[in-house]
Design a protein around this ligand. Structure first.
Ligand code: CP
Length: 314
């Protein structure tokens, strides 16, 4: 794990990646998210854990789920939230990210939620933060740790455990920060087998994930798995598009209900969103009984509450 993530007492100071975070710490975050969810769903007033604290969303890439759920999470726990408008900010006048951070920190911001196309930008800011916590909301293809946590929570809820589960991740793994955080989280919690499937040009580099099995054939990759995570083609990160057209891609790597029947009877269907229906996933599967996609979205709010509370030490 990046040393930047922990303070001198071993407490979580920033959340940059799930890599080497450890099963115990990950499990504790999931437990806290589940407890906050139980309170919320029981109709209890949420504890004002973040009252008087300020959370700033710094999104340099588009987002629907992550930005909104961080905002809801922070507001429901009583924080003041600022959605920093990059387009109208002084970053367009050449101000560095570090100076932007220092400027906003001087206004007593307690936490920054950062999404950026460049790998390592949240870590770069964490290295410069004087007091505030940095939360990685997705950097390049490096990490999306809160997405990894909400995926783990969803899987644990539905299957009762992560330990021993067989999980297939299919699609554009090469460009996916979600895949990387899922792999690190699943491995930390003892998943039995992690299978990665996609066109050769979209699989990770040789040796990047020695703990995973690589597949080209999606039917084989689905045999007897407990869950499948589908990923969209991240065309915005590709130098050239795969040889397959959309119909050809769906034929080989799309999740149809017929194909899903190769997995275990109650295999969970997951997708971090945004989905491209008819390309990587059929609409009837996305909306079907085995789909946990909207549960993932709902869990995102509680996971982000738990992470904010943990980092702000309340
Ligand atoms: N899963 C995810 O990160 O979605 P958004 O891009 O909408 O935040």
């Amino acid at each position: 794990m990046s040393d930047l993530q922990l303070d001198s007492h071993g407490h979580l100071r920033h959340l940059l990646t799930l890599e080497n975070l450890g099963g115990e710490r990950i499990g504790a975050l999931l437990d806290r998210a589940a407890a906050l969810r139980a309170e919320f769903r029981a109709g209890a007033a949420m504890p004002p854990l973040l009252s008087g604290r300020t959370v700033i969303n710094l999104f340099f890439e588009p987002s629907t789920r992550t930005r909104t759920s961080f905002e809801l999470a922070a507001r429901r726990l009583g924080a003041l939230v600022v959605n920093f408008d990059i387009g109208s900010s002084s970053t367009s006048k050449g101000e560095t990210l570090e100076d932007t951070l220092a400027t906003l920190e001087a206004m007593d911001a307690d936490a920054f939620v950062v999404r950026h196309k460049e790998n390592g930008t949240p870590a770069r800011l964490a290295a410069h933060a004087r007091r505030a916590a940095i939360l990685n909301a997705g950097d390049g293809n490096h990490a999306h740790p809160t997405q990894g946590l909400l995926d783990l929570l969803t899987l644990r809820d539905r299957k009762g455990r992560i330990d021993g589960l067989k999980v297939t991740i299919c699609g554009d793994i090469k460009h996916s920060r979600v895949a990387r955080s899922d792999i690190h989280g699943l491995a930390a919690l003892g998943a039995g087998e992690i299978r990665l499937c996609g066109p050769a040009s979209l699989l990770p580099g040789v040796g990047e994930f020695p703990q995973c099995r690589l597949f080209d054939d999606f039917d084989e990759a689905l045999d007897n798995v407990d869950a499948v995570v589908m990923l969209r083609l991240q065309k915005e990160r590709m130098d050239s598009l795969p040889d397959l057209d959309e119909a050809g891609y769906f034929e080989r790597y799309g999740l149809s209900s017929a194909r899903l029947s190769r997995a275990t009877a109650n295999a969970l269907v997951m997708h971090p969103g945004p989905m491209n229906r008819g390309i990587e996933i059929a609409a009837d599967v996305a909306d079907g009984a085995q789909s946990a996609i909207l549960d993932q979205v709902a869990n995102g709010v509680f996971v982000r509450m738990a992470v904010l509370a943990e980092l702000l030490r309340v």
